[in-house]
Design a protein around this ligand. Structure first.
Ligand code: NAD
Length: 320
């Protein structure tokens, strides 16, 4: 990777990935794009262009202007929002992806886009879900993610585009709030713990899902993209995870730091049913074997860091 175009760069992943890529590959070699513009460091610190990923011509123009050799395609509608606006989700998630793949094909770029644990469904084995298994999701987001995995493999097999992907679990981070996913509760709980000492979860007690801390997710993207292609038996997309957790696990871990933390439940039927259609835990063995996937943060270490960073954000910065 030498010159990288990132779509959806102001979102939860992009806002941290762009800064890390700029550190490694050079500020001017990472071109951040998003449908919106804000005052963030991403926009201020290096190249930034507004780009609606459904506008194929503008995407081509930007890729040519900056002579990019890698595309990291992040712009998408996430699971919970996609279930409320399924047609918009199809048009954005599939339309944006095919445009980005076409640019990669024509400009001979390497290509990364995330899949998700949402690419699995109720008929998938729930525990230690294998890399290669049944994928019959029942959500629009899941339909988009499975179609996306197939499309990326198609572009690799048919046109030789170097496509690579990860099936991300819920990602937990403190910089940019999550954008409408089913696992957002796992971020909100830390914010509420710091600000109010209590949290009301929309996901029911005992609902296990995979999660990962953002620094591990960023490392996974970069390690996969730099991996020797000869070793890759799979491409789109690898199971990756750091922990399989349910709401009470977070509450118990938070109580080690905030003993009076109170947990309540008011289950949202839409997000709960999405969560129940997903695996309890996925098996990342293929990622470990093929490109040495590893994580640094478990629940304990992540909780310490999240609470520390959020305290800095809210109290030191004088927000509250
Ligand atoms: P996000 O919702 O935080 O950010 C998405 C960004 O895309 C936003 O900045 C938004 O402004 C932008 N966007 C929306 N419509 C656009 C358009 N038409 N053109 C250009 N940009 C547009 O999402 P995220 O959490 O950063 O997720 C990025 C990718 O990772 C998505 O494909 C998502 O499915 C996947 N993923 C995320 C998670 C997670 O927990 N965050 C888990 C699994 C997979």
């Amino acid at each position: 990777m030498k010159r990288i175009l990132v779509t959806g760069a102001l979102g939860q992943i992009g806002s941290e990935l762009v800064m890390k890529l700029r550190d490694i590959y050079g500020t001017h070699n990472v071109i951040a794009t998003d449908i919106r513009r804000n005052e963030s460091e991403i926009v201020q610190s290096g190249p930034f262009e507004t780009l609606d990923v459904t506008d194929a011509k503008r995407m081509f123009d930007i890729a040519k202007k900056y002579q990019v050799d890698t595309i990291v395609h992040l712009a998408a509608l996430l699971s919970a929002t996609a279930e409320i606006k399924p047609l918009l989700a199809w048009n954005l998630n599939m339309g944006g992806l095919i445009n980005a793949l076409e640019v990669a094909r024509e400009q001979k770029c390497k290509f990364f886009t995330p899949s998700s644990i949402g690419a699995f469904g109720p008929s998938t084995p729930k525990d230690n879900t294998p890399q290669d298994t049944i994928q019959r999701p029942t959500t629009m987001y899941g339909v988009n993610k499975v179609s996306g995995e197939l499309l990326c493999d198609y572009y690799y097999n048919k046109f030789g585009v170097d496509t690579r992907g990860l099936r991300f679990p819920g990602l937990i981070s403190y910089m940019t709030p999550p954008g409408g996913g089913t696992t957002d509760y796992a971020v909100e709980i830390y914010y509420e713990a710091i600000q109010n000492g209590s949290y009301t979860s929309y996901i029911a007690k005992g609902t296990y899902m995979d999660m990962m801390y953002m620094p591990d997710a960023l490392n996974a993207i970069i390690t996969l993209m730099e991996a020797d292609p000869v070793k890759l038996k799979h491409r789109n997309a690898f199971n990756v995870t750091a922990m399989s957790v349910e709401p009470e696990d977070f509450a118990n871990e938070i109580r080690k730091h905030i003993p009076n933390f109170e947990m309540n439940y008011n289950v949202d039927p839409v997000r709960q049913s999405i969560a129940e259609s997903w695996p309890n835990s996925i098996d990342p063995t293929a990622a470990v074997e093929e490109w040495d996937f590893k994580v640094e943060y478990d629940l304990t270490k992540m909780t310490q860091d999240m609470l520390h960073k959020l305290r800095e954000k809210f109290f030191v910065a004088g927000v509250r």
